[in-house]
Design a protein around this ligand. Structure first.
Ligand SMILES: O=C(O)COP(=O)(O)O
Ligand SMILES: [Mg+2]
Length: 230
């Protein structure tokens, strides 16, 4: 089944919102940090569109994709630790500097909150990157809970972080909607038994967002809030 025109979602008591590609356009941060790392390793820069297709499955996967551009698997593995350390150093130094909050994110979060929904952010970004970014963008205060890609043994598309939010809120998964930009978010939500809406403007591994199995595509978090009711 593919994503269809969004439907009204009723009986919803909480929303789990993704970070990269859903609330914040972080590709420019990834672009700068990755190319500084690549320069450290003596590698040529990559363009931002290539990097967008690599984002979404956490930092380790991102490093593997970036190294696979130049190296065969065994060589890439040899360079992995140095690449990761360099990347983390560069990312922390610029986290949020080149990123921007997408349109209607603050309005959408405020509207969801005003409807009485509880809000959690679940990202595959490491928590040490996610929390400072949420603070810098002024989004942290909307969320009761923030989980990162390293908060649990398994990250999205595994349902584990979403199921933990449901447990934290004492809510059955069908009363919770996940909102994200990628198939990771939808697969995690479906596996958890949550509802799911996708935004079309983020990073979906180079795949068309219409191919994602979700409850619909919304143009923004504000539109999502208009389709969700308690
Ligand atoms: O950093 C990533 O891999 C993607 O993070 P996200 O889950 O917030 O989209
Ligand atoms: Mg995302």
């Amino acid at each position: 089944m593919t994503a269809r025109d969004p439907i009204l979602l009723s009986g919803i008591r909480a929303a789990i919102v993704d970070l990269d590609g859903t609330m914040v356009d972080t590709a420019p941060d990834f672009h700068v940090a990755i190319n500084r790392m690549r320069a450290d390793l003596g590698l040529a820069p990559l363009d931002i569109e290539t990097i967008k297709n690599f984002v979404g499955k956490g930092t380790e996967n991102l490093m593997r994709r970036v190294l696979a551009v130049d190296y065969a698997a065994d060589q890439a593995e040899q360079h992995f630790d140095a690449a990761l350390a360099s990347y983390q150093r560069h990312y922390v130094a610029i986290n949020g500097e080149y990123s921007s909050v997408y349109p209607e994110v603050r309005e959408g979060l405020a509207a969801l909150r005003d409807k009485g929904l509880r809000l959690a952010c679940v990202t595959n970004k490491p928590l040490a990157f996610a929390l400072p970014l949420l603070e810098k963008t002024g989004l942290r205060a909307y969320f009761e809970i923030v989980y990162g890609g390293d908060s649990f043994p398994r990250k999205k598309p595994d349902p584990q972080p979403l199921l933990q939010v449901c447990a934290d809120f004492s809510l059955a998964p069908p009363k919770v909607v996940a909102i994200g930009d990628s198939s990771n978010d939808a697969l995690a939500a479906r596996a958890a038994g949550c509802r799911v809406l996708n935004v079309p403007y983020g990073y979906n591994h180079g795949q068309a967002v219409h191919e994602i199995d979700s409850d619909g595509i919304v143009s923004s978090l504000l539109e999502a809030s208009q389709l969700i009711s308690a």
